[in-house]
Write a protein that binds this ligand. Structure first.
Ligand SMILES: Cc1cc2nc3c(=O)[nH]c(=O)nc-3n(C[C@H](O)[C@H](O)[C@H](O)COP(=O)(O)O)c2cc1C
Length: 433
């Protein structure tokens, strides 16, 4: 069996610079997504399909790419709201280790774990954008590997904050007049290289104890961080459509986990996919071609995304020259992203050709639901585990219906994914198989 999860963000979907997707309907209206109406419907549907979790992507500031501005809603608020319209679905929010004081973040995530009865998770990102640093009163972001060192220390502190309370601290005694037994938590001072704090939290131990940790780095420092701390690891080969590359990633993470003294089965590696379905292969292929088609505005969007993720200005490169020879380790942004597109372009691709592929997923899945189910089954069998993180492109109610009412029931019928939840917590869902 394998796991399924959903990747999205609280912003207008189905909206492109070319106009709205013909199936996006009213969901692109500000009052439909900014009130989370669409997201609430989506979360309920994902829960009916027994997904492990919904993952809420985030960037804390607008990009400086004025053509592709993406206003959004804060993920902590989204998780809180979704926790109240679902009962089983895991809720993972993205929070940057660079911009939250550890005490505040530990407190908020533990609070969401309480109100969701054990379904909260944290996607740890370190954020490379200097303009985000400036929004938070700093000049610039620390270098790539140091950001992971800062996050590593933050995780050590946050785990101590989450661990400080014993399971049942409630005395509730009219005789002593105490609601909480003061011996049931550990007071401590944390003095690290980057962080200082005083525990415990004023939130008691949450249902999961430690909400699930999720991470998506693919550079050596990112993989090491993920192997040390994560319960879920998200993997994209950014368009390098290769099962061996996914297997290499998972095997490497598992080896690193062993080096950190962990059982590799403790973490699930989830591969990012955006299946494109149709009644026939030709119909699906036609839709795929439409989605990835390189109009000038789509090209500008992709260059903008590359610039956002890498911190380099990609508009200065010749689109029709061989892919630029950039050392991934010299990039302060997503190093794994650069390494992957560079590997993909190795056969002499130009920058334009490299951009013409759907660049953020791991496996190209195009066809009828049966064909895509076959490919997913074969890929997991070859890789060895653990599941898929689905990303709609574009995200519309039609896309949701195709996946959740078309593809997922087929996978369920084959016994490849769950048909009912085995447990009530996110950690429980992840550990179920
Ligand atoms: C599926 C997926 C989701 C991600 N979500 C976010 C996100 O919400 N916010 C963010 O700043 N970075 C996000 N990232 C980027 C990663 O956190 C990480 O910075 C990136 O993969 C580069 O890491 P590396 O330099 O270690 O290779 C995501 C990456 C992947 C593959």
């Amino acid at each position: 069996m394998f796991h399924l999860a959903w990747f999205t963000n609280p912003r207008a979907h189905g909206w492109t610079a070319n106009g709205a997707d013909r199936w996006a309907g009213n969901d692109i209206l500000p009052e439909r997504w900014q009130t989370l109406d669409f997201l609430k419907d989506m979360a309920r549907q994902l829960e009916s399909a027994c997904f492990d979790f919904i993952m809420i992507e985030d960037h804390v500031v607008l990009t400086n790419d004025k053509q592709n501005l993406e206003p959004r809603i804060d993920p902590m608020i989204v998780m809180s709201v979704l926790s109240q319209v679902t009962r089983r679905l895991g809720l993972i929010g993205t929070f940057s280790s660079s911009f939250y004081p550890p005490f505040l973040l530990a407190r908020q995530i533990a609070s969401v774990d309480h109100v969701s009865r054990g379904r909260a998770g944290w996607n740890v990102v370190t954020s490379s954008e200097d303009w985000a640093a400036r929004a938070f009163g700093r000049d610039k972001q620390p270098p790539h590997d140091e950001r992971y060192a800062i996050a590593d220390e933050m995780l050590d502190l946050i785990k101590q904050l989450w661990d400080a309370w014993e399971e049942d601290p409630f005395e509730m005694s009219a005789e002593t007049g105490r609601y909480v037994d003061p011996t049931k938590f550990r007071e401590f001072e944390f003095e690290g290289k980057y962080h200082r704090s005083l525990g415990p939290l004023n939130v008691t131990r949450s249902p999961q104890g430690r909400p699930a940790i999720c991470q998506a780095g693919s550079s050596p420092a990112g993989r090491d961080f993920a192997a040390k701390h994560s319960d879920v690891i998200l993997c994209s080969t950014f368009g390098r459509n290769s099962v061996p590359a996914l297997k290499e990633f998972r095997d490497d993470i598992r080896e690193r986990m062993v080096r950190h003294g962990r059982d590799p089965d403790e973490a699930k590696v989830m591969f990012l996919i955006s299946p494109v379905l149709g009644d026939t292969l030709a119909a699906a292929q036609h839709r795929y071609d439409e989605i990835v088609g390189m109009t000038p505005t789509i090209l500008a969007q992709r260059l903008g995304r590359l610039t956002l993720h890498t911190g380099l200005d990609w508009t200065k490169f010749d689109l029709d020259a061989p892919f630029p020879d950039i050392d991934p380790a010299s990039v302060e942004g997503f190093q794994g992203f650069v390494a992957s597109i560079k590997a993909k372009a190795k056969g002499g691709q130009t920058l334009r050709e490299a951009l013409s592929e759907q660049e953020t997923t791991s496996l190209k899945l195009i066809g009828t639901p049966e064909m895509v189910a076959d490919q997913m089954e074969a890929a997991i069998a070859e890789i060895g585990g653990d599941g898929f993180l689905m990303h709609a492109r574009p995200l519309t109610r039609r896309y949701l219906a195709e996946i959740l009412d078309g593809l997922v029931p087929l996978l369920q019928k084959r016994g490849l994914v769950r048909s009912t939840y085995e447990t009530t917590t996110l950690r429980g869902h992840l550990a179920a198989f």
